[in-house]
Design a protein around this ligand. Structure first.
Ligand code: KIV
Length: 272
């Protein structure tokens, strides 16, 4: 259902909490620019994540590590200008919060002040407890992110499913409880077994949002360009494609090139 033109009630962290209690699923997608964020918001999405996956999707890097705080703020402020309803969560990029909690707080404040975002997301559990607490104490809502945490890709070595072994699953459960206890309003669970995601989601009173974590989390998130089929090279099992924009866009560009070469464009009606 489109929300364009209607009186819109903004989604807040409180709304998400209520949705979990009512058993309503939460829909989240990424966006990194004004034009697509406007479409995503108008399509009725609950949460927009300005993910550090912009590093891959927008800049063509192999990992999420290179994107900077300034670049995240640029993407986030473009998205914020487009959004009327969704809650906008912004990733703190690699290197902007791991050093110490003062740096983490400074980075989170810059995102909130300079982009107008509504919340931030950080990857990790007990290791970043102090940083998360410090950001929360400044009144900034924080979303956690456990399981596959792409900023640690060089530690993991691969993007395969996490927490299949008991020890890692136990740490994830402990971290989830810890993040809830210190005040996170929600948690992304990435690429973990469905049964583990279900257990964590049932245990927590804050909402969990899964990506590659099965159907029992309180919500789902996908990278917009992946679900729109813009990038055809990425096809993990968890990804459902809702469109094939790769072929549509390429076809439109080829047609335009042909029309220009054939002197078909512009025609009489398309000029002054
Ligand atoms: O950056 C991102 O897109 C993310 C999602 C995969 C959850 O963190």
């Amino acid at each position: 259902m489109s929300t364009y033109g209607a009186e819109v009630k903004r989604v807040t962290t409180h709304t998400l909490q209520e949705m979990k209690h009512r058993g309503e699923k939460i829909a989240m997608l990424t966006a990194y620019d004004f034009s697509l964020a406007k479409l995503v918001d108008g399509g009725g999405i609950d949460v927009i994540l300005v993910g550090d996956s912009a590093s891959n999707v927008m800049a063509g890097h192999e990992t999420t590590l290179p994107i900077t705080l300034d670049q995240m703020i640029y993407h986030a402020s473009s998205v914020i200008r487009a959004v009327k309803r969704a809650l906008v969560v912004v990733d703190l990029p690699f290197g902007s919060y791991q050093g110490n909690s003062s740096e983490a707080l400074r980075s989170a404040i810059r995102i909130m002040k300079e982009s107008g975002a509504h919340a931030v997301k950080l990857e990790g559990g007990a290791e970043i407890q102090e940083s998360v607490s410090r950001i929360l104490s400044a009144g900034i809502p924080v979303m956690g992110h456990l399981g596959l945490t792409p900023q640690s890709i060089y530690k993991f070595g691969t993007y395969t499913v996490r927490a299949k072994e008991e020890a890692e699953a136990q740490k994830l459960k402990d971290d989830a409880l810890l993040l809830q206890e210190i005040g996170c309003f929600g948690l992304v669970l990435e690429k973990i077994p469905s049964a583990l995601a279900q257990e964590v989601s049932q245990q927590l009173h804050i909402p969990t949002i899964g990506i590659g974590a099965g159907g029992h989390t309180d919500g789902q998130v996908l990278v917009l360009q992946d679900m729109l089929g813009i990038n055809k090279d990425f096809h993990p099992r968890f990804l459902r494609r809702y469109a094939d924009l790769h072929d549509i866009i390429k076809g439109a560009v080829s047609q335009y090139v042909q029309d220009v070469r054939d002197r078909d464009f512009p025609n009489e009606k398309e000029q002054y």
